[in-house]
Design a protein around this ligand. Structure first.
Ligand SMILES: *Cc1c(COP(=O)(O)O)cnc(C)c1O
Length: 377
């Protein structure tokens, strides 16, 4: 079955009671049982909910995964996954992951005895030097935010597996439409469904997809034991969102390419970061590993003053954090998403004060280009 067909049909069976074509929002906390020890497979809604199960089947199918689990946020999905790592074990973390992921390691997990090192996962030779005898996991994000650096997922998986470590990939930026890490050898895929999967900027959620039965059993156990489940209503929203994932991602990609090309030619722009540009240092890897380039584009305006002028002059693009919604969003990484990263580390990552990030939406491309043009001039 093709991707768009799966997006619409996987998990979306007509409701057995009424025939409702849309999976209903089962807004219930508990279920009537037929007798002692006799029930319909549903006991309590933290443990099982039909709306959530439908979404779990749907996104698992899109990632070509055997198992899927929906969580209350991307961060709770990441936290549940890291409960596969025990005190005294070591994780190699990409040096430019989502800020919340770094914070979870730095401020929470380290207090529970989980060791971690930061590494540039785009450089396999340097990554290799970070392995220790107790390394259990390599955690990567590709492309990274906001500099759009790629990690070769097949190469990292091969290296990590030869060292007895698992690979986890946060696939939020690409969505399963453009990149399917499990097919490349990755063990566990994570999502903030808040972004492209839901796609309409009206729900916060997270997802874990994987093939290994034993790890899946543990993630399912944690989901129930800790309880950071996605609500029935949010499950319904994300299930509605994924039905149009294919058409939305194609539109984000089309507009993303146009915005990147426009900015690359613009005299007021010093540098553009977009894997779809032939000038991107990993353009070849992007073409091999992804089936599209998506809608995330960053560009350097040269100074904080220039960035401020652009960010405060846009009319169509909305100034705000987050990404992946139908509407174009514009942000300033140095003072917004990456404000907690020390200035020196920001500089090393290329996150200058003049850097601006756009989550290109699916409005008419001409309107987005006109807005950026007037803001730049
Ligand atoms: C937003 C985001 C997260 C965190 O997800 P929440 O849904 O906000 O908890 C994790 N990783 C990436 C890449 C993100 O963009």
């Amino acid at each position: 079955m093709g991707f768009a067909t799966k997006a619409i049909h996987a998990g979306n069976k007509p409701d057995p009671t009424t025939g409702a074509v849309s999976v209903p929002i089962y807004q219930t906390s508990t279920y009537a049982q037929d007798g002692l020890g006799r029930h319909k497979g549903f006991e309590y809604a933290r443990t099982q909910n039909p709306t959530r199960s439908a979404l779990e089947e749907n996104i698992a199918a899109l990632e070509n995964a055997r198992f899927g689990f929906a969580f209350a946020s991307g961060m709770s999905a990441i936290d549940a996954t890291l409960k596969l790592v025990k005190a005294g074990e070591h994780v190699i973390l990409g040096h430019n992951t989502y800020g919340g992921t770094f914070r979870l390691f730095d401020r929470v997990l380290s207090d529970y005895g989980v060791e971690f090192d930061l590494a540039d996962t785009s450089d396999i030779a340097s990554l290799e030097t970070h392995f220790k005898p107790n390394t259990k996991m390599v955690f990567v994000e590709t492309p990274t935010n906001p500099i759009m650096t790629l990690t070769d997922l097949a190469a990292v998986s091969e290296l990590a597996h030869s060292r007895g470590a698992k690979v986890v990939c946060d696939n939020t930026f690409m969505s399963p439409y453009f990149q399917r890490p499990l097919d490349l050898g990755v063990d566990i895929v994570l999502h903030s469904t808040t972004k492209y999967l839901n796609g309409h900027s009206d729900s916060v959620g997270g997802f874990v997809a994987l093939n290994d039965e034993k790890d899946a059993e543990w993630i399912g156990f944690i989901q129930n034991a800790v309880g950071a489940i996605l609500s029935p209503f949010d499950s319904f929203l994300v299930l509605r969102g994924t039905k149009t994932l294919a058409v939305r991602m194609d539109a984000h990609d089309r507009n993303g390419r146009m915005v990147a090309n426009f900015l690359a030619e613009h005299p007021r722009v010093e540098k553009v970061y977009y894997p779809g540009l032939a000038s991107h240092p990993q353009h070849e890897l992007a073409k091999r590993q992804q089936s599209g380039f998506g809608g995330m584009v960053s560009f350097d305006t040269g100074s904080l003053e220039n960035a401020r002028k652009v960010l405060e002059s846009v009319k169509l693009c909305t100034l705000g954090e987050s990404l992946g919604g139908v509407e174009s969003l514009i942000s300033h990484p140095a003072t917004m998403t990456h404000a907690s990263v020390p200035a020196e580390a920001r500089q090393q990552l290329g996150i200058t004060d003049g850097l601006v990030r756009v989550s290109v939406g699916i409005e008419d491309a001409d309107d987005i280009l006109a807005d950026l043009d007037q803001a730049l001039s």
